[in-house]
Design a protein around this ligand. Structure first.
Ligand code: G6Q
Length: 554
């Protein structure tokens, strides 16, 4: 077990909001709050701190309500919180997930073959590559059509059954890398326990040419097991019990449960307790992605992640992109009072990226006690949301431009598209740049009046501007740049958790609902004893549902 893994303490013993660094930022906020981005953007030398170029990723932080002094003070806050030490502790395999007494080593999943990271005296990098090699062999067989179904036919559809971290990353990445997917194979992702999901996913598929990947770290997740059982029935009804071995594989850490479910452990790809669900895209949980894009492209995605891992460890904090993304988020959450953060990919293939980030950020940093179990006295993770541009422009951008809330936003674009419609791509990119300019600069009453607008309409047409954004421009959306993007946000989340003093790697907040659902499920059967021990509203709802065969109130 992990009990002998040491844990680096954060270097600040005082609550973070009582430190001189926090107070200095409060003071500094008073001077920045009244400054407009129109003026800040004109500052000479601004690009020195606000533009960062990494392989395949150009980051522009200039449109933030910050100056060089803000960055200096935020970096001092990060130092006070012990960010460099905490990053090293993570990479060293220390049990920084203290409430579960686990190392946090998603970075080991993309470590170079031959490098060493030890957990409890065992080199985990060798284990990682052994699994990657097995995944590669299996993926190649499926892709080449040499892995045959029970009737001897090749696989034409892959259905990934998993939820949360065992779904969002693989679904996001498969969608993002559609240009790398073989057009001849269908890839589907089923997560919701709502029977409609698995029913629709299988409806037009042929069991004889379908591979089901059951992805579950614990292999006890009720939604995944319900969907997997439904898929198994569908397969067995058509092809017989012995077909399961050719049509089902598992990705899990729990060999006993995999075997109990009826999947041969030879068809299981393993990973480890030090991989958190939402940090598991680059583990065997990515098997569906690897089948979709091939082991080489999957390796490029890992390499893209690795480059960001090296960057986060080696770049000084004031040139460290994920650290700065995290710190600027803290600037708005804790000093401007922003409560949400928008992520707006101007790339249709990144349609699932906001949903993926919602889990990564909100499940990690939606916490209200510190590592020591003390209640935090400061705001933590904001609500993360978003949709691809330009769709969002015709929907919620009104609020971003003229609403009363400050919503910092990340705009993510690509320079070279993965399709040939270049004129449409120019239009897309023009919209991205225009939106960030409009949000930053706005339009004053004088400018509106100068356009001849009637006086009574002027206030309606004014844009205050001063709304901060980050622009991340990828050279192209590739496995490598997608990997970079994922790792950037993973380390951004860790930066914020470190400053806020919270554990980004547990998720106790999802437990209570699961426990109650387990209690309520049998109570929904009208022949079971009357429900007890619930609040009056919940009891009423259960009773109404129990009367489903006879919906009259009496
Ligand atoms: C992620 C969470 C959670 C988890 C799912 C699925 O960090 O732990 O989203 O991934 O609950 O769990 P299993 O993979 O164990 O089915």
């Amino acid at each position: 077990m992990a009990s002998d893994r040491p844990v680096a303490a954060a270097s600040s013993t005082a609550p973070i909001d009582q430190t001189p660094e926090w107070r200095a930022l409060e003071e500094h906020h008073r001077t920045i709050a009244d400054r407009h981005l129109r003026d800040l953007l004109a500052e000479p030398g601004r690009e020195d701190w606000s533009v960062i170029d990494l392989p395949g990723v150009h980051a522009d932080l200039a449109k933030h309500r910050a100056d060089a002094e803000t960055i200096r003070l935020l970096v001092e806050l990060a130092q006070r919180a012990g960010l460099p030490e905490r990053i090293e502790a993570m990479f060293a395999g220390e049990a920084i997930n203290t409430t579960e007494n686990r190392s946090v080593l998603h970075v080991a999943l993309r470590a170079e073959r031959g490098s060493t990271i030890e957990v409890d005296g065992r080199d985990v990098v060798a284990d990682v590559h052994e699994v990657l090699d097995r995944m590669g062999r299996f993926s190649n067989e499926v892709r080449a059509g040499t892995w045959r179904g029970a009737t001897g036919e090749p696989i034409r559809a892959v259905v990934n059954i998993g939820i949360g971290g065992s779904d969002l990353g693989p679904a996001m990445a498969t969608r993002a890398l559609s240009a790398w997917c073989d057009p001849g194979r269908i890839h589907r992702f089923v997560s919701n326990v709502d029977g409609a999901a698995i029913h629709e996913a299988l409806a037009d598929l042929d069991p004889a040419t379908t591979l089901v990947v059951v992805a579950s770290k614990t292999f006890t997740t009720s939604e995944t097991l319900a969907n997997a059982r439904a898929a198994r029935r569908w397969c067995v009804e058509a092809l017989g019990e012995e077909a399961v071995a050719r049509h089902f594989v598992a990705v899990s850490t729990n060999e006993a449960e995999v075997a109990a479910f009826g999947i041969d452990p030879d068809n299981m790809f393993g990973f480890w307790d030090w991989v958190g669900g939402r940090y598991s895209l680059d583990s065997a949980i990515g098997l569906s992605v690897m089948i979709a894009i091939g082991p080489d492209a999957f390796g490029e995605m890992l390499a893209g992640m690795r480059r960001i891992d090296e960057h986060v460890r080696t770049a000084p904090l004031d040139r460290n992109l994920p650290a700065l993304m995290g710190l600027l988020g803290i600037w708005y959450t804790n000093f401007f009072g922003a409560s949400s953060h928008a992520v707006l990919p101007y790339a249709e293939e990144l349609a699932r990226f906001p949903a993926y980030l919602q889990q990564l950020e909100m499940e990690s940093n939606g916490k209200s006690v510190t590592l020591d179990g003390e209640r935090v006295g400061w705001a933590t993770g904001p609500i993360v949301w978003g949709e691809p541009g330009t769709n969002g422009q015709h929907a919620f951008f009104q609020l971003l431009h003229q609403g009363t809330q400050l919503v910092p936003a990340d705009f993510i674009g690509v320079i070279e598209p993965n399709h040939p419609l270049l004129d449409q791509h120019d239009l897309l990119v023009a919209n991205l740049f225009a939106q960030t300019e409009a949000l930053a600069v706005g339009r004053t009453a004088e400018e509106v009046r100068a356009e001849g607008v009637d006086d009574e309409l002027v206030p309606h047409k004014v844009f205050d501007g001063n709304r901060p954004t980050t622009t991340l421009l990828l050279d192209r959306l590739t496995p490598a740049t997608l990997g970079a993007l994922v790792a950037l946000y993973e380390h951004k989340v860790f930066t914020q958790a470190t400053v806020w003093g919270i554990n980004a790697f547990d998720q106790w907040g999802v437990e209570l609902g699961k426990v109650l659902a387990g209690r309520i499920a049998p109570e929904l059967d009208p022949s079971s004893p009357e429900p007890t021990g619930h609040d009056p509203s919940t009891t009423r709802l259960i009773e109404r549902y129990r009367r489903r065969a006879d919906p009259s109130p009496d």
